[in-house]
Design a protein around this ligand. Sequence first.
Ligand SMILES: Cc1cc2nc3c(=O)[nH]c(=O)nc-3n(C[C@H](O)[C@H](O)[C@H](O)COP(=O)(O)OP(=O)(O)OC[C@H]3O[C@@H](n4cnc5c(N)ncnc54)[C@H](O)[C@@H]3O)c2cc1C
Length: 425
Amino acid sequence: MKCDVLVLGGGGAGLCAAVVAARAGAHTVLVERHGALGGMAVAALVHSICGLYRLRSEPGAVLAHRGLPGELAARLVRAGAALGPVRCGRLDVLPHSPPGFAAVADTLASESPALETHLHTELAASHGTGRIEAVDVYCRGARATIEPGALVDASGDAILAVQAGAGTDQASATRLQRPAFIFALHTVDAAALGGDARLRLAALLAEAVHAGELESSALGAQFRPTGRGSEVYCTADLAGPEDFDPTSPVHLGALERTGRRLAVSLTAFLRAHHSAFTRAEIGAFPTRVGIRESRRVRGEITITAEAVLRGLETPDCVALGTWPMELREKPTGPRWRYPNDDRPTQIPLGALKVAGVANLWTAGRCLSCDHEAQAALRVIGTCFATGQAAGLAAAWQAAHRVLPNAADVRAQIETILGPEEGRWR
Ligand SMILES: Cc1cc2nc3c(=O)[nH]c(=O)nc-3n(C[C@H](O)[C@H](O)[C@H](O)COP(=O)(O)OP(=O)(O)OC[C@H]3O[C@@H](n4cnc5c(N)ncnc54)[C@H](O)[C@@H]3O)c2cc1C
């Protein structure tokens, strides 16, 4: 089959890319290997949307993006799938329910007649040199060939870029953002986990680790009441092997098993030792372990850590990054680095254009940036915004057979999506 735009990956970035491309009139195919859209925000049970709002010291959340990111956030709230925004220290976030996100994503995707969503479908190969002429996809052993005019790699792992022979980068095992296992607990006395109780819980886990009763990954496990009855999400950062590679099936399999083993032992320990967890049950495991960082695409422009800290300004801006660097490289917890004067990063179109492959764009956590910049730009709100920009760029390229410039993409956001709260600068 032929289509105008093919988007690989239905996470936050790919969902936004596909919806806007279809709204722009492009016949769009969204390819997702799981049975639900949402990526990490659904399958890994990530449950807060960061990077949607301006970074500001004054309270009062201000939406940072024009277009679909704000619409999607509003739809999540209206559907009861998000509660907020909520102020956490200097930052505003939108806590969401992963199942609720999946349901809203279904509705959003099915509203666009020009969008075909192919779930349970995985990329097998791409064909063409310097330009992707066709891709092969598999669903349940059946192969289909799709010939798109332009493509967006929103796979999180730069899979299309690798298939097409483009350059990618990956941090060394010691620097990669740590993976994490998030699971849901039910029947917890969530009200008893506020304030100092969190510190006491952390101390209890630390003692148990030192006494050999729990494995070391239990150190620093975070418990967040979801606001839905007695449900609590637990996030435990995991350590991969010394040569950890988040694209290795052996290492990914080991992480999944470690996460489930930890969840079972942690739940049993807390049932026995903490009054809030006496009746706790594991409510859900994630569909997949959470991977914060893997490959990054090499684009025409690479956003550096220095540019994020300075608050990059560029006339080629098509999206904004508004989250500080949240470096999760060490077991001791996150290290934060804030941009000067809380300035946003203006993301240039060139950071979404894959170098060396004429019709390939990228968005989301595998965009073109260095390791430290990715620690700021990987958050879901920024993924929505880069997805929107890449989807419109791809739709433009498919329609006009030339590359758009940043002003074309910004104009598309204004005309197709209508004015929303928020500013470019
Ligand atoms: C533990 C953890 C906690 C986090 N906490 C937060 C937080 O609190 N707030 C926040 O904003 N962000 C958080 N993040 C970061 C954020 O969740 C991700 O960076 C973001 O969701 C990435 O979105 P994406 O669309 O770029 O990629 P993904 O969500 O990874 O989506 C990629 C999609 O592509 C699909 N795919 C990949 N390869 C193929 C293929 N070959 N064929 C078909 N489909 C394919 C995948 O199945 C997936 O659905 C966290 C991440 C982790 C791991």
